[in-house]
Design a binder for this molecule. Structure first.
Ligand code: ADP
Length: 720
């Protein structure tokens, strides 16, 4: 009997479509197929097969079964679960899962081999080539280099039929890690944590550990042991390490290759399509034991995933805010459960969510309270900018400048941390008071001096800095207000003309290579003062860095979203934690106008636990995460009347439910983005409520007109 195949397409469609399976195609669930949709042919994945009963309307037949590896059942199940959780179409996470499958394969590589026939005439150069051929694998140019002869010599031998060039498929498999290489002995607390992880892995099945260790305590070494234990127990096991930043990926890749003698697979947006395709295929065929990557690596087609490590688990970059909206740390735990894998969450400043799970015993809590070796945590002092005012146009206070001077005099390095890109966050007209914004978005334009442009960091819109105020036309009236990293760099250069100053932000470091170069040059002591945004503040190890100056500690506290205090604490603890990670003691100076704020007090006293306890108590009282759930519904339209009418309908359609409140609609803080007006609802629910099901039911009750877009964000991190 003929069969019907349900096929999920990587598009925002509500469900899988049915197709007829052509005779003899022999499909199985998970297979990738070419499916017609209107005039197009799309790559899809078979999610179900059933016998066709008679009498149905005829279905379109599938065009082909693709030769690519199938999506493993675990990956398919995960994709569907993630969509349900995020209240989004399953084709959205599927598109992420197929990103590598759709990328083009690497072109075949040239390989030169001996044909067996001897050269008619032997010259010294030819003798060198014949000697170099033994055990050689590579292209003609490589052979020329190895034999130290010109390309012409090789070409002559090819023309004569002594050598032959073959095209072989580019390799897919990744080298196996060497588990026998020696490693540095662990200190006693590392050994205890590694022992606990190894025991947990030995028990097999799903378990989560929170590896909670102060900055510089050697968490990476500990989880490398867990990786080794997993691979020793099962040579076909797969390990996934998730990191929040491409810059950090580079450092961790190096640590892995030193420990295991082989580079793991790398996965993030900066990886070229053929390399991405290779990783995807190698993971799907079990030829890739270790993947180090960014959040979307979670959707790779693992066949035997045994361990997931989420490093810097508190980092908000794990939350994907556009397209398919998800929190990779939380989904990593879900995927671990589905795959019966162990999960390790590592951080010096864990999220309140993870700490709560550790407190209640759902996660194992492994603490490292001291830095490795002789390194000690830095001394942290607050600089009260109310009592120590900044000079006009300056952003570094007297005590901080003095400390930088002393640090440089000792031949050590300083980091000036300011989490703001560009030169100035605001451009203001002195004549009319106008604050410059992008034409279609109500966020301020940020001045960038390197490029001479005003940039909207939200949408990427940019324009040359105008001579006249676009509002009142006054000439030369525009002034730059406030500092960004470029302005701090300018000040540092003026104050310390002899010093080598560099900036680390996403404007100066575009890709993985550039990040690696800058980190290496800082680690090698080729930079004296590094001015950096959060891109450089996390995870890195700079041995000679002994002073961290926080230029504006209060920055993250403004705006007051749910996690503002938590996030500010985490960021500042990470940034100040870069100081003194080796034998020389470190110091951090934190400039603030709010020295009495709980975050600043906890930072100065190095008392994370007290801060966490106070923050937890507040959240519990309000029923906010991790004690309750939140969901946001953002409704936007270019047409204000349609938007108004629709949010009114939507408010009226909200289902009643126990243990749940709906707030709004209210204007979103960013009420205009790319020409669209935005309104939002916020839903708070008790932990026992299935918030995703509630939001799905709500959305199903009202159909937005074409001009209105509804986006659901379960567990929002951004409240803009
Ligand atoms: P964390 O991730 O906890 O901030 P790292 O794992 O980066 O810390 O370790 C901090 C520094 O200490 C690194 O330079 C690392 O190489 C070193 N280190 C950690 N553990 C050991 C060890 N057992 N032996 C030698 N060096 C270690």
């Amino acid at each position: 009997m003929s069969r019907i195949a349900s096929v999920l397409l990587p598009m925002p469609l509500p469900e899988a479509f049915d197709y007829a399976e052509p005779e003899g195609m022999g499909l199985q669930v998970g297979d990738q197929v070419a499916a017609p949709l209107g005039p197009r042919t799309l790559r899809g994945v078979v999610t179900g097969l059933r016998d066709a009963g008679g009498g149905n309307r005829p279905l379109k037949p599938l065009e082909a079964r693709l030769e690519d590896p199938p999506l493993p059942p675990g990956t398919l199940e995960f994709v569907q679960w993630a969509a349900r959780y995020a209240v989004d179409a399953p084709g959205q996470p599927l598109a992420i899962a197929l990103r590598g499958a759709r990328a083009p394969k690497a072109r075949p590589v040239k390989q030169v081999v001996a044909t067996g026939s001897a050269p008619a005439r032997l010259t010294p150069a030819r003798e060198k080539v014949m000697a170099a051929l033994h055990g050689f694998v590579g292209a003609p140019a490589d052979l020329a280099r190895q034999a130290e002869v010109s390309a012409g010599v090789i070409k002559g031998l090819i023309d004569e039929g002594v050598l032959e060039v073959r095209q072989i498929p580019a390799p897919v498999a990744f080298p196996a890690p060497d588990l026998t290489l020696p490693r540095a002995p662990l200190n006693p607390s590392q050994a205890a944590a590694a022992g606990a992880l190894t025991a947990m892995i030995g028990e097999q099945g799903f378990q989560v550990a929170l590896l909670d260790g102060v900055t510089g305590s050697g968490k990476t070494e500990v989880y490398l042991e867990a990786v080794a234990a997993v691979l020793a127990a099962d040579p076909t096991a797969q390990v996934l390490v998730l990191l929040p930043e491409i810059a950090l990926t580079q450092a961790v890749l190096t640590r892995f290759s030193e420990r295991f003698g082989a580079m793991p697979a790398e996965w993030h947006s900066g990886v070229a399509p053929p390399a991405r395709r290779r990783v995807w295929e190698a993971v799907a065929t079990g030829a890739c034991p270790i993947v180090v990557g960014a959040r979307s690596a979670l959707f790779l087609p693992f066949t035997n995933l045994k361990l997931i490590v989420v490093d810097e688990e508190h980092d908000t970059s794990f939350k994907q805010e556009e397209g398919f909206i998800y929190q990779a740390r939380d989904l990593a735990v879900v995927r671990g459960k589905m795959e019966a894998a162990a999960v390790v969450l590592a951080s010096a400043t864990p999220s309140l969510e993870s700490l709560r799970n550790a407190e209640t015993g759902r996660y194992r809590w492994l603490r490292l309270t001291d830095r490795h070796g002789v390194a000690v945590l830095p001394q942290i002092d607050l600089i009260d900018l109310r009592g120590t005012p900044l000079e006009t146009g300056r952003w570094l206070s007297g005590p901080l400048v003095e400390a930088v001077g002393e640090t440089l005099a000792r031949g050590e390095q300083a980091l000036l941390f300011l989490n703001r890109r560009g030169y100035a966050p605001l451009v203001l007209c002195r004549a009319c008071g106008e604050r410059l914004t992008a034409p279609d978005t109500d966020s301020w334009l940020v001045e960038h001096r390197y490029t001479g442009r005003l940039v909207c960091h939200l949408t990427g819109f940019s324009m040359a800095k105008p001579k006249a105020c676009p509002h009142c036309g006054a000439i030369d009236s525009l002034v730059s207000v406030g500092p960004g990293v470029e302005r701090v760099e300018e000040e540092a250069r003026a104050l310390f003309p002899e010093a080598r100053v560099a900036v680390f932000s996403s404007d100066t470091v575009f890709d993985a290579q550039a990040a690696r170069r800058l980190v290496e040059s800082m680690a090698a002591g080729e930079i004296d003062i590094l001015v950096a945004t959060q891109a450089a503040a996390k995870g890195h190890n700079f041995p000679n860095l002994t002073l961290v100056g926080v230029v504006d500690a209060d920055l993250g506290l403004r705006g007051g979203d749910l996690r503002a205090a938590e996030r500010t604490y985490q960021l500042l603890a990470q940034a100040t934690g870069r100081a003194g990670r080796h034998d020389r003691p470190g110091r951090a100076l934190v400039q603030t106008y709010a020295p009495d704020h709980a975050v600043m007090q906890a930072l100065a006293a190095q008392d994370r636990d007290a801060f966490v306890a106070a923050e937890m108590a507040e959240r519990e009282l309000a029923g906010l995460p991790p004690f309750g759930r939140l969901g946001a519904v953002i409704v936007s339209s270019e047409n204000p009347q349609a938007l108004e009418a629709f949010v009114r309908d939507m408010a009226a359609a909200a289902p009643n439910a126990e243990g749940l409140e709906v707030y709004g609609p209210a204007d979103a803080p960013l009420s205009l983005v790319r020409g669209r007006r935005r309104k939002r609802f916020l839903v708070r629910a008790d932990r026992t409520v299935d918030l995703s099901a509630y939001l799905a039911a709500w959305r199903a009750r009202v159909k937005p007109p074409g001009s209105v877009r509804v986006v659901i964000d379960v567990d929002p991190y951004s409240f803009l």
